[in-house]
Design a protein around this ligand. Structure first.
Ligand code: ZN
Length: 304
């Protein structure tokens, strides 16, 4: 089989919805209640027919189950999120809930795992969160260090000192803000998803693959896409690869996922994403200008 043929088979696999294995005619007797039945679960008490001797696999699945991981295709969900994200999300939104791990549960479990990996559970055992905070703080301190140099040169005046005080105040606020963002990553991520999904939904809700998409469905899709990106970033964090050097991976992954989900061309998907970011940037600028005008007016009124 040549490469082209392999790719065609892969594409076909990507688009095929998950298939549940057909029911066997095999007769089971439930070990808990003694009922005889055909199928995967006892109709009387709900015990799985696959429970047999206490094997390593049973033990491992029960161990995972403590964190709510041992069921509902967690491994399948991770594989599909990496290899066919958009098609998998379509399956899920189409009603195949038992086939995939629930999106919000996955989101919070990944958030927990991400904190564990970033704070020391990685191959070097180093706290990467502290490093990120330090890098930001250093870059904030950089621009204030230029001011004292001017002062040494003899341009010390009242206005310069005022400017220095003001600069320090701004930098202090920035540091608190960045600390807050890093300490509350999960909430920040959720709020960001809510903001980003508004313009995206307007631009993608009439897409060819799911023509009557609800906003809530689109938001669930965004959570799954974020889960996919979080899985990738956790793997890189585990191997202590600097995320800045592979920063291009996240946008590419999200474009592929969104394209598979909506059924638009790559060009239309990218344009939709760019337009959404532009709309958010303009909205933020307008808010900043409005706040600036209000603050300016209040200060002017107080001065009088
Ligand atoms: Zn039973």
């Amino acid at each position: 089989m040549n490469l082209k043929e392999k790719y065609r088979v892969f594409k076909e696999w990507q688009q095929r919805p998950y298939q549940v294995a057909p029911l066997t005619q095999e007769e089971h007797t439930c070990a808990t209640c003694g009922t005889s039945y055909q199928g995967n679960y006892c109709p009387r008490c709900g015990q799985s027919s696959r429970i047999g001797r206490y094997s390593m696999k049973t033990a491992f699945l029960l161990f995972l189950d403590v964190w709510g991981l041992g069921n509902r295709g967690m491994f399948r969900s991770i594989r599909d999120l990496l290899l066919r994200p958009g098609y998998m999300i379509r399956d899920y939104l189409g009603g195949m809930h038992m086939a995939y791990f629930p999106p919000f549960k996955m989101f919070f479990l990944l958030a927990t795992l991400s904190i564990l990996v970033n704070s020391g559970l990685n191959i070097r055992g180093e706290n990467q969160l502290v490093k990120v905070v330090q890098t930001y703080e250093r870059s904030i301190d950089m621009d204030i260090r230029t001011v004292p140099a001017e002062q040494k040169a003899g341009v010390k005046s009242g206005t310069d000192n005022e400017r220095l005080d003001f600069g320090e105040k701004i930098n202090g606020t920035l540091k608190v803000f960045i600390r807050f963002l890093i300490d509350h990553q999960t909430v920040v991520e959720l709020v960001w998803l809510l903001v980003l999904s508004l313009p995206l939904y307007v631009l993608f809700r009439n897409c060819p693959a799911i023509p009557d998409l609800y906003y809530t469905e689109f938001f669930v899709a965004m959570i799954y896409i974020t889960n996919m990106m979080n899985i990738v970033s956790i793997v890189f964090s585990f191997f202590c690869v600097n995320l800045d050097t592979i920063g291009f991976i996240s946008p590419i992954l999200s474009i592929v996922a969104l394209k598979q989900l909506c059924g638009y061309s790559y060009l239309r998907t990218i344009l939709g994403l760019v337009a959404s970011f532009a709309i958010i940037t303009i909205a933020v600028l307008i808010i900043v200008v409005l706040v600036g005008i209000v603050v300016g007016l209040t200060m002017a009124m107080n001065a009088q």
